[in-house]
Design a protein around this ligand. Structure first.
Ligand code: FES
Length: 82
């Protein structure tokens, strides 16, 4: 699974460092290091669409993720899709 986190300036202000830290911890916690290709990307051009969270792309689909929703997002969009 390809999982890409936006590290553009707008997403950085919305908390991308904390999202990266949490998602990395969740991957380790669930022993998914071999199943997930985690990478960073510059602006994915989603920040102009009014999303309040950090842009995270899973297999080509964009999601808006915040510190409050990261665990649910991981469960629904990552664990359920593996
Ligand atoms: S800075 Fe993240 S989508 Fe634009």
């Amino acid at each position: 699974m390809d999982l890409t986190l936006c590290v553009g300036s707008s997403c950085h202000l919305k908390g991308s460092p904390a999202i990266i830290e949490r998602i990395t911890a969740l991957i380790v916690e669930h022993h998914l290091e071999d199943k997930i290709n985690l990478s960073g990307s510059f602006c994915m051009e989603q920040c102009t669409k009014g999303s309040s969270g950090v842009c995270v792309q899973v297999n080509g689909v964009h999601h808006s993720v915040t510190a409050a929703t990261i665990d649910d997002f991981f469960r629904q969009e990552v664990l359920n899709a593996l």
